[in-house]
Design a binder for this molecule. Structure first.
Ligand code: ADP
Ligand code: MG
Length: 272
């Protein structure tokens, strides 16, 4: 049976400021969802709240996988239940190679009770799996010997993201892709990589405006966020329309949220 990620009436605050105000969304394994919305509407906040970033406090509502609540779980426990967030700004860890990082990450997920220094998946088994996945993805195996994020180009950071996705095989992957600063190589890596990896075993939430990413990975559902709420849900045609015409018509259709967006914006300017 396919798994269900169910978000119900989710309210999230950062500090004292309410950001999400009643987000409901259901993603089944095997489905591709696109989440769009103007800057500051709360898309990244939703991604961080889902994976359990400590700065994003859930003040109401629930997140469940197959009926088990996630609200109180730490990010590691959520990852073991099959949630994955591709980080926009992964850290550089001096002296740690891509392959070491992946071996630890995969071991943490597959052996939940392992202690530091124990319970790593055997090197031979790991190498074999990594090599075959890299070949499948058309990646140069030398990449695994590079130091994590040290001097990585945009495209290489995305290769790392896709490789993590391939190794961890999450039930639900959340990709928060900045729409600025991704060069064409990076967009190609994510678009093609995600297309190869997604399938009936993976539910995907893509946060992006990138045409190419959504052309390669056609969403069955497109959601539009405005001032911390999902105001519309449609299919791939809605993503296409928003890409071509922007959010003016969405704001016209949802004057209350548009006014709230405006007053948040003014509050942010006043706050400095
Ligand atoms: N860590 C944070 N600290 C302070 N404010 C934040 C933080 N994260 C998000 N916000 C605020 O929440 C709102 C939504 O931000 P975000 O979720 O990043 O929007 P989006 O990803 O749609 O552009 C913005 O007004 C932003 O300033
Ligand atoms: Mg964002």
């Amino acid at each position: 049976m396919s798994s269900l990620l169910k978000i119900s009436d989710l309210h999230v605050s950062v500090g004292e400021t309410p950001i999400l105000r009643g987000v409901s969304l259901e993603i089944r394994q095997g489905e591709i969802h696109a989440l769009m919305g103007p800057n500051g509407s709360g898309k990244s906040t939703l991604a961080y709240a889902l994976v359990g970033h400590p700065k994003y406090e859930i003040t109401g509502g629930s997140i469940e996988i197959d009926g088990s609540p996630l609200n109180e779980l730490d990010p590691c426990e959520r990852a073991r239940l099959g949630l994955f967030l591709a980080f926009q700004y992964p850290v550089t860890i001096p002296g740690v190679k891509v392959s070491d990082f992946l071996r630890h990450a995969v071991s943490n997920i597959r052996n939940p009770n392992r202690k530091e220094g124990e319970g790593l998946i055997p090197m031979r088994e790991f190498r074999k799996e990594l090599k075959s996945l890299m070949e499948e993805l058309g990646m140069d195996t030398d990449f695994a010997r590079r130091y994590l994020n040290e001097g990585f180009s945009g495209g290489e950071k995305k290769r790392m993201e896709i490789l993590q996705l391939a190794m961890l095989k999450p039930k639900f992957a959340i990709l928060d892709e900045t729409d600025s600063g991704l060069d064409s190589d990076a967009v190609r890596v994510v678009s093609e990589g995600l297309r190869k990896l997604s399938g009936p075993q993976m539910g995907v939430l893509i946060i992006t405006h990138h045409e190419r990413l959504l052309e390669y990975n056609v969403p069955q559902f497109t959601h539009v966020m405005l001032a911390g709420r999902i105001v519309e849900t449609g299919d791939a045609a809605l993503a296409h329309e928003l890409h071509n015409h922007g959010y003016a018509t969405v704001r016209e259709r949802h004057p209350q949220e548009a006014a709230e967006e405006q007053s948040r914006h003014e509050a942010a300017v006043t706050a400095g």
